[in-house]
Write a protein that binds this ligand. Structure first.
Ligand SMILES: Cc1ncc(COP(=O)(O)O)c(C=O)c1O
Length: 337
């Protein structure tokens, strides 16, 4: 019963098969290999948009390097107060941007509220040299509370940000779970909604360690700059084919979507079982995360019975499902309560 994180899940067998295939002989180094080209072409087809894609092996590198493109050292990055970039990346966005400041905003279920963003943007006075002007907006889909931004919600925030001259970044570490929940096309959730640069997660979806950074439309002009930053940051693996091959494996036949649908279904099953026992669920379950308010006794019953999960800063238990979660894991956990 492992509900600790989708990063605790094993890699999908198809990913391992593709890695074995990529290991069949020599390949060009540093991203000029066939696997990288194939992964980028598959992403272009998927998003139905002109794009450039690059690959790194952690979400933190993906977010921090992406944001360094959109925000100068003297600018600010607006994000949700619970955003991974604000709470869990040990200053990497500030480090890679050479000093940009994070500007956290509030909002229910991890979503930035349009009115709160508007107010923040209105407060900005570019002519006042002493204050930091926001230069980028970063939103996470799924949010850190496991909720989705719909295409309309993203469009509305992105339009406000763009009108104020900000670039728009999306942390899509779990975008495929949002795609599965909303039954939405990836383009509608991202580029068509105004996202300039996307950090797209594959690790939580079933990869061993692979994340894509996608520059949409005219942002693709910054690709060479991105690659220079990636190299300088030490995130350009010489055998990059092994990162890209994982992306190819998960995109083939839309495997990642199928896996995300399973993870989401498992989360819904868990939520329903907890609700039946009268347990309060803190956020709508719109992906693969369930935040449950457990008593101290219930927490011990689960832990002592062998269920792994984290206690969240808001006092809830965060229960994360993944592509490999079994129905029996859910029923065993519910039986413990
Ligand atoms: C919303 C979000 N963004 C990004 C990441 C990726 O972080 P990393 O791969 O560096 O652990 C995570 C990981 O938990 C996450 O939850």
């Amino acid at each position: 019963m492992n509900f600790a994180s989708d990063t605790a899940a094993p890699a999908h067998p198809k990913v391992l098969e593709q890695l074995a295939a990529a290991n069949s002989g020599p390949a060009v180094s540093y991203g000029a290999d066939g696997w990288t080209l194939q992964a980028e072409a598959m992403l272009s087809d998927l998003f139905e948009f002109n794009l450039r894609a690059s690959f790194v092996s952690s979400g933190t590198a993906s977010n921090a390097l992406a944001l360094s493109l959109l925000c100068p050292p003297t600018g600010g990055i607006i994000c949700h107060e619970q955003a991974h970039i604000n709470c869990d990346e040990r200053g990497a966005p500030e480090f890679f941007s050479h000093g940009a400041r994070l500007m956290p905003l509030t909002g229910l279920h991890g979503r930035i509220k349009a009115q709160v963003l508007q107010q923040k943007l209105q407060e900005t006075d570019e002519s006042f040299v002493h204050a930091t002007p926001p230069k980028a907006l970063s939103i996470s889909n799924l949010t850190e509370s496991g909720c989705c931004y719909t295409p309309e919600q993203t469009t509305s925030l992105a339009q406000m940000a763009k009108t104020a001259g900000l670039g728009v970044h999306m942390d899509g570490a779990r975008l495929v779970n949002a795609m599965a929940f909303l039954k939405a096309r990836p383009a509608d959730l991202t580029c068509k909604a105004g996202v300039d640069v996307l950090s797209l997660g594959f690790t939580k979806a079933g990869a061993m360690g692979a994340e894509a950074v996608i520059l949409f439309g005219s942002n693709a002009d910054m690709f060479d700059d991105f690659e220079a930053r990636r190299k300088r940051a030490g995130h350009m693996p010489p055998k990059q084919r092994f990162v890209a091959a994982q992306v190819v494996a998960l995109l083939q036949n839309n495997l990642w979507l199928e896996l995300a649908e399973h993870a989401n279904t498992m989360a819904q099953k868990l939520r329903d079982g907890l609700l039946e026992q009268g347990i309060c669920i803190l956020h709508p379950v719109e992906g693969n995360e369930v935040f449950a308010r457990l008593s101290a006794d219930q927490t011990s019953q689960l832990r002592d019975g062998g269920a792994a999960f984290y206690s969240w800063p808001d006092g809830s238990a965060r229960l994360v499902t993944n592509w490999s979660t079994k129905h029996s894991e859910i029923s065993s956990a519910l039986a413990l309560l």
